[in-house]
Write a protein of this length. Structure first.
Length: 352
């Protein structure tokens, strides 16, 4: 038996090969056991949990299957390789291969965590709000890959300080050349985290108005009432006073009407009462006030204020239309005349 063990193969005795095989085989068995446990947990979760709860509980077992198992296998083979007395060049090549494998596995693991975070965010948040976070996923994944590759190069023996310094100088040059682009990018982060508006909101700023259709890294796109698409840089939006009508909980409405001079005093006193009764008859309208506001050039002026309990413009116009029709019918029934621009001319010595 000792003679067999002392037999050499490729320069190492069989005892060394047996020990290395045992280490590698033991690692594979441990990895298979861990993978089996992960599969069992996944199957049990599929049976016991509802579909909407399944995504979160499957993450850890899935990570065990996808990353822990290969990490154990790679680690076992690396441990087995250290048993052999490799010369410097071969040892460097073997170590480099394992460093590359571990680094790529770690990068993919971190990318999976980032993707899982955004997937869970898509479940807990509305679709419109989550859609603004999609560019952040690409940015986060890119950062993970850049940092991971730099870490890999450092472990392979490359001097990354020069690369980092070059990136710093290049970053300053790019920042100076793309100030507007970076300004829009930072404005995008302001929009995402501060949430001044969301998809579907109706915005007015300056002479531009429209519904938010897409929020991008550089631009936000609105759909105007005329149907055309308006593309605006994010920095213009964050630097302007924006009116968000979608966030309006109720609408304050002010309108004026005038009746002719010569209207009987009792009818003048009755006008605010008539208007109040008409407005209070609307379920979504809340009456505030109606007053004989003043004397105009050709009319007795009344000012009316009420609130509409809906931000929808069409709902407001439907209510205003019914109020106008009610006032018109009530005035016609009582013989109250609406005023319009008129002038009375007196001629000297002539009849009035």
């Amino acid at each position: 038996m000792d003679a067999i063990i002392d037999i050499t193969f490729l320069g190492w005795p069989l005892s060394t090969w047996f020990l290395a095989a045992g280490v590698a085989g033991g690692g594979i068995l441990v990895g298979l056991l861990v993978r089996w446990i992960g599969s069992a947990v996944l199957r049990r979760g599929d049976r016991e949990e509802r579909a909407e709860e399944r995504a979160g509980s499957r993450f850890a077992p899935r990570m065990v299957q996808s990353f822990v198992f290969p990490a154990i296998v790679i680690g076992s083979f690396y441990s087995a390789s250290t048993i052999f007395d490799l010369n410097g060049r071969v040892d460097a090549i073997v170590s480099g291969v394992f460093v590359i494998l571990f680094s790529l596995l770690s990068i993919r693991f971190l990318v999976s965590i980032v993707n899982e975070f955004f997937e869970r965010a898509s479940v807990t948040q509305s679709h419109d709000h989550f859609s603004r976070w999609r560019p952040l996923r690409s940015i986060a994944v890119s950062v993970v890959w850049v940092v991971g590759v730099l870490f890999l190069l450092s472990n392979l023996g490359f001097n990354i300080s020069t690369v980092v310094a070059g990136l710093g100088i290049g970053g300053i040059a790019v920042a100076l050349a793309a100030q507007a682009l970076l300004g829009d990018l930072f404005s995008y982060f302001v929009i995402v985290f501060d949430r001044p508006f969301e998809l579907g909101d109706f915005l007015i700023f300056g002479d531009i108005l429209g519904t938010v259709e897409k929020i991008g890294i550089k631009t936000t796109r609105l759909r105007s009432l005329g149907g055309e698409q308006i593309i605006i840089s994010n920095s213009d939006l964050t630097n302007s006073r924006v009116r968000n009508y979608k966030r309006m909980e109720r609408r304050r409405v002010v309108f004026k009407i005038g009746v002719v001079y010569g209207t009987a005093a009792d009818l003048v006193r009755e006008v605010p009462v008539i208007i109040r009764e008409i407005i209070e008859g609307e379920s979504l309208a809340v009456f505030d006030r109606a007053h004989f506001a003043g004397y105009g050039d050709w009319s007795l002026n009344f000012e009316v204020v009420y609130y509409v309990g809906s931000p929808d413009y069409n709902v407001y116009m439907d209510i205003q239309q019914r109020i106008n029709q009610g006032i018109y019918d009530a005035f016609a029934e009582r013989g109250i005349s609406f005023a319009f621009p008129t002038q009375t001319v007196y001629l000297p010595g002539g009849p009035r």
